[in-house]
Design a binder for this molecule. Structure first.
Ligand SMILES: [Zn+2]
Length: 428
């Protein structure tokens, strides 16, 4: 018989009942105290925080409870990039010495990201426990290990749970299938579409994989794909939400109806226009605060849109509020195959090709994979279209790190003022 009953899925675990299941009033007090202590430390030692608070006439004594948080200003990801550019590499936000760090990363923005000397600095172990990962699991980690922090963020969380990690990184599908089958991989981290590719190709090759737990991130997870991964392949598949600057911010429990906010972070959802707290169910800007003693980020805006779930008690026992999911990005960036694609990046590339009159990127979904097509209108005098197509797709791929297909279309196909990126994906 094909398929698995629900009982065959790995059990989902609460890593820290003290933190994840504390009563709401206790949580308020706990987060308020973390905030207070963080602001005291940051005011004393982070020049940016001191200036920002002085300008508003705030002293650390003004921020001593959770309710005081909105007194502080918010900071956008690109504002952090500007601060850093003015005072390289960390914009004066890092309390520790640069030479005492474990690693330094660069995330798109570009933003420099410090990793202090701490086990699981980005707190991902909570999400892995929820997704059923256990000590002794052999885990294929398919996020990138170089320059951007994704791969090593996951690596640190897995190792703190006692998992064995295969630092597979991105791409090389056939090699990855071989490693997963040879070594007997039981866990997976990466995008859901790549997991699906590995599983189906391995099965076709007659070497089905033994993956039992998967933590997926960086792209949408359609429920139809999750159901197939659970029922057909017997894998517990849960999602996590984190960012390069902040680490893990929210993660799903086995109920799969939203992502619990991490017990050691504060998430606010604010109205896009008024910047006042959005009601549960109403989409708004996600604002995150983290408390690390050497790199605290106060009211940071990664640029994602989300909303808070209305339900109070979750059957899993966790008491932190839930995000309904990540609903989109502010501005015109969309995530394709796990990478952000911005209209401005496309503009940069197409600007170098005077033959191009108009362009539009179209994102669709085919067989649980993102597909990226560039519709391009040319001026009539172009002689060798094939050569141009290959130069264009080469430049686009280099700039965006995502493979796409160039399609020439007749003049007038792309409307005046059309979106530079048309996201036609339907998530079911
Ligand atoms: Zn739950």
């Amino acid at each position: 018989m094909e398929g698995f009953a629900m009982a065959d899925l790995r059990s989902s675990n609460v890593l820290s009942p003290e933190l994840e299941m504390q009563a709401p009033a206790e949580r308020q007090a706990y987060l308020g105290e973390r905030l207070r202590a963080t602001v005291v430390r940051a005011y004393a030692r982070v020049p940016y925080v001191r200036t920002m608070m002085d300008r508003r006439g705030l002293s650390p004594a003004d921020i001593c409870r959770l309710e005081d948080l909105p007194k502080l200003p918010m900071i956008k990801k690109d504002e952090l990039a500007q601060l850093q550019a003015a005072d390289l590499p960390f914009g004066g936000l890092l309390v520790a010495n640069v030479s005492g760090l474990k690693r330094i990363y660069m995330s798109p923005g570009p933003n420099y990201v410090p990793e202090p000397q701490r086990a699981d600095f980005w707190r991902f172990r909570f999400a892995f426990a929820a997704a059923g990962f256990r000590a002794g699991d052999i885990v294929q980690n398919t996020l990138s290990y170089h320059l951007s922090p994704g791969g090593l963020m996951m690596d640190a969380g897995l190792r703190s749970l006692g998992c064995v990690v295969i630092p597979a990184g991105v791409g090389q599908t056939d090699l990855q299938i071989r490693v997963a089958a040879d070594v007997g991989v039981t866990g997976y981290v990466g995008t859901p579409s790549f997991l699906y590719t590995l599983l189906t190709k391995a099965r076709e090759a007659g070497r089905p994989l033994k993956i039992k737990s998967a933590l997926v991130t960086a792209e949408m997870l359609p429920e139809s794909l999750r159901a197939e991964l659970e029922d057909d392949f017997g894998i517990r598949v849960l999602q996590a939400y984190g960012t390069a600057d902040l680490g893990l911010l929210a993660y799903e429990c086995a109920e799969k109806k939203g992502m619990h906010v991490h017990p050691e972070a504060i998430i606010e959802i604010v109205d896009l226009e008024t910047q006042q707290p959005a009601e549960p169910g109403q989409p708004g800007l996600l604002v995150a605060t983290t408390f690390d003693e050497s790199y605290p980020l106060l009211r940071f805006i990664p640029g994602d849109i989300s909303s808070l779930a209305a339900d109070k008690a979750c059957p899993c026992g966790r008491t932190a509020p839930k995000l309904t999911g990540i609903l989109g990005r502010v501005g015109d960036a969309v995530k394709v195959k796990g990478m952000f694609v911005r209209g401005s990046q496309l503009e940069e590339v197409f600007k170098k090709f005077p033959e191009v009159r108009r362009f539009q990127a179209v994102v669709t979904r085919q067989e649980h994979q993102d597909a990226l097509i560039y519709l391009v209108e040319l001026s009539p005098e172009v002689a060798d279209r094939n050569a141009l197509a290959s130069r264009l797709s080469g430049s686009l791929r280099e700039a965006l790190k995502v493979r796409g297909e160039v399609q020439f279309v007749a003049p007038g196909t792309i409307g005046e003022g059309a979106k530079r990126i048309d996201d036609r994906r339907v998530w079911e």
